[in-house]
Design a protein around this ligand. Structure first.
Ligand code: PNS
Length: 166
């Protein structure tokens, strides 16, 4: 079985993420969407909330399951018999950010390949960070998110709470 992982913070999951996950699912026998923590980013939603949103968002995508992880991505790959890490690339800046991680992950786990998919053109400017920023200033980001994620985002921004844990 060819199994891939789509890792990310998913804070929150966007339609751009779901585009990549769906296309990865057409290339592999199984895709594990792994909700991790990026220590360089502050979080709006807790790990449990991000996991629950992804489970709901991915429910209709065949051959996809969702998991969370807290350690090294390569340890997750070894533990789950994953052969490929799938990442979406929006622009050259993403490539500059991702390439050292691909080399590090290949060094830590030889045999685990990193596969880049270009984001769909319609999502090339969409990121969780930008969506949160625009929504925080009252901009309409509904077209970039599943409806229930958009509602959760507005509720969270209105309440003023941010995730305290991972
Ligand atoms: O959506 P993000 O924030 O770009 O996701 C980054 C993430 C969580 C995939 C990345 O930070 C990661 O893999 N974290 C796990 C810890 C790890 O393995 N770090 C070394 C990467 S070379």
């Amino acid at each position: 079985m060819r199994r891939a992982v789509c890792p990310g913070s998913f804070d929150p999951v966007t339609l751009g993420h779901l585009d990549i996950i769906g296309r990865a699912a057409s290339l592999f026998d199984e895709v594990v969407v792994a909700v991790g923590t990026n220590p360089s980013k502050s979080r709006l939603f807790s790990a449990d909330e991000r996991l629950a949103m992804l489970e709901r968002a991915c429910a209709g995508i065949e051959r996809v399951r969702v998991a969370s992880f807290s350690g090294l991505l390569t340890d997750f790959c070894t533990a789950h018999d994953v052969q490929a890490i799938v990442k979406g690339l929006r622009a050259g800046t993403d490539f500059d950010y991702e390439l050292p991680m691909a080399h590090m992950n290949a060094t830590l786990a030889p045999g685990v390949e990193t596969v880049y998919l270009p984001t769909g053109a319609g999502w090339s400017f969409v990121s969780s960070s930008l969506v949160k920023e625009v929504a925080g200033f009252g901009g309409d980001v509904s077209r970039f998110l599943p409806d229930f994620v958009h509602e959760a985002l507005l509720t969270r921004l209105t309440s003023g709470d941010a995730a305290s844990g991972a």
